[in-house]
Design a protein around this ligand. Structure first.
Ligand code: ATP
Ligand code: MG
Length: 287
């Protein structure tokens, strides 16, 4: 269904959680390993290990997302804190990647590097044909609005706008689509997440799961190739979380690439790849 509302402009292609995953993550990794260990990638491989790309579309390689030696150091009253310690990560088109790990391990910091919400202290972040770490603040906002749909645990819909107005907002901000098309597209996106009947309500008038579905519609507004979600089901009951996850699965089938931070082991088992973050490093990566 979404393909009917996709446009041709797309380029080719923290929340503090109480659940401490230490000791709980192994069953997920074990299951994923058992499912397809042979496809597991050596995580810290370098460019020389990579096969030549048949269809490079940027920077001489074919990864949709690539983080190279990304370090993030926060200055705190207690001194420097290393939140990311030289992370390398590659994500290819149409992957559905779960980012897992205990609270405080660096998951949000990692995905904030990809969305440009935060910047690396050192290292490089490439998304599509863009060196994200080199963008100015102004360039960053417009780039993100067009290329990455961001979804948060607490939805973050603007409370004074109706649901359809919330979905129109990224199109207005990035000036994508003709103004007369934006309302109709927003309504189509709301229909895609089964929320068209509520389009003219305020966010406070619908449930959390419904708000998250609207946030997903908003993330799709500019037809970005990538969706990045930070604990999108963390505030939902398990049935609603499953519905949101099913929607993500559908989006991947329709061509999107998704990175999702999750503490939900059941959901983490159902993605194509899980990346385990611990103490600011990627400790394991299971396909
Ligand atoms: N702005 C900041 N200033 C200082 N330290 C920070 C800042 N943001 C994050 N940190 C620290 O960096 C580490 C990683 O934080 P991050 O939010 O990435 O963890 P997380 O894995 O997403 O945790 P959670 O599962 O609780 O959301 C934590 O120890 C956190 O306290
Ligand atoms: Mg977080």
């Amino acid at each position: 269904m979404l393909t009917s509302i996709q446009s041709s402009h797309t380029s080719p292609a923290a929340f503090h959680h109480p659940l401490n995953l230490r000791g709980n993550i192994q069953p997920v990794l074990g299951l994923l390993r058992g499912r397809n260990h042979a496809r597991s990638k050596a995580f810290n491989s370098h460019a020389s290990d990579e096969p030549a790309c048949e269809d490079p579309y940027r920077h001489g390689n074919c990864h949709l997302i690539e983080l190279k030696r990304v370090v993030k150091i926060y200055d705190t009253p207690a001194g420097k804190f290393h939140a990311l310690r030289g992370v390398n990560l590659r994500v290819d088109t149409h992957e559905f990647v779960a980012v897992i790990g205990k609270s405080g391990s660096g998951k949000s910091t990692l995905i904030n590097m990809i969305t440009g919400i935060d910047r690396p202290t050192s290292g490089e972040v490439f998304v599509g044909d863009t060196a994200v770490h080199k963008l100015s603040e102004g360039q960053m906002a417009v780039w993100r609005g067009k290329h990455v749909g961001v979804i948060f645990q607490f939805f973050q819909l603007l409370p004074t706008l109706t649901l359809v107005e919330n979905v129109m907002l990224p199109m207005d901000f990035c000036n994508t689509y003709a103004p007369r098309e934006r309302y109709e597209r927003a309504m189509q996106l709301l229909a895609h997440v089964d929320m068209a009947n509520h389009a003219h309500k305020l966010p406070s008038a619908v449930s959390g799961g419904q708000q998250q579905r609207v946030a997903i519609a908003r993330a799709l507004a500019n037809d970005p190739p990538i969706i990045v979600a930070d604990e999108p089901t963390g505030n939902l009951d398990s049935k609603t979380a499953n519905q949101v996850f099913d929607l993500f699965t559908q989006l991947v089938e329709e061509g999107k690439t998704i990175l999702m931070v999750t503490h939900d082991q059941d959901l983490a088992r159902r993605v194509t790849r899980a990346v385990l973050v611990a103490d600011g490093e990627i400790k394991d990566e299971i396909c």
